[in-house]
Design a protein around this ligand. Sequence first.
Ligand code: 5GP
Ligand code: ZN
Length: 302
Amino acid sequence: MTNQTTFLDRLFDAGLLIDTGVDGLYGRSGQFEDVISAFERLIDRFGGADGAEAIRFPPGMNRAYFETSGYMKSFPQLAGTVHSFCGNELDHMSLLKCMDADEDWSKEQKITDIVLTPAACYPLYPTIAKRGAIAAKGALFDLQSYCFRHEPSKDPARQQLFRMREYVCMGTQDHVTEFRQTWMDRGLKMMEAVGLAVEIDVANDPFFGRAGKMLANNQRDQNLKFELLIPITSTSNPTACMSFNYHQDAFGAKWGLNLEDGSVAHTACVGFGLERIALALFHHHGLDVNTWPEPVRKALWG
Ligand code: 5GP
Ligand code: ZN
């Protein structure tokens, strides 16, 4: 058995994750959720004084925004679209017949106006663009959303529906790159506080296809993405538990995000993978939170 399957089975046996029959789609116990809530409070302690505007979007976003975002150009393999039955009574009868016969019943399922949110910040940019120019001092947002990525796996650290907490900063190049650096420093401090050994490394997004390789190389060459890595199911291939992304003015230009002086806003976002952080804690400190080292418990629960 691989390390991934072993850890997944241990999490199931301990009741921390609950098997749904689909790889990467799990229920979570109250204990698991309590660790996530405690870690989110730690995030609040580090970031709360910055005065970010909190916004919570549902885990589905406007399909028109999703299309404009260009996600299907870069990551078609990860996207999840919501389809619903839109037929008449005859179509309904044929659908039920197909289901009974174990045949494909999805023919009358039509795409709806909703797409599953791929990253917590995607719905934000068009929303803020609608408000008009961004103040010269910049803008800061605090987001949390379930995100969907179609990548079924036995690795408990790779889930199809998971929560991402994000801070998103909009402003000048200097402002948003300083924001990103601040969170890299804070990320290291936070993980130290909860007893996790980490490293930060340059990274790239999983762009699709051959053209995607070039995009990934370009992203690395320009240091646009860093990840905070923690070994969970592999020491040689540690898991990204936070990411620090600088989009230059790409989202600003795409969505018409301008600063008061008319210049195009630069943007950066910092994401915490909440399930991954909880899994890292359970992996390193044990499946019973009562036996976690006292300083770790104190950092999380006070
Ligand atoms: P990114 O947009 O950088 O790919 O993702 C932001 C953060 O979400 C990552 O650093 C990671 O912590 C978390 N994340 C990304 N993919 C997955 C996944 O498949 N499963 C889980 N549980 N978290 C993920
Ligand atoms: Zn983001």
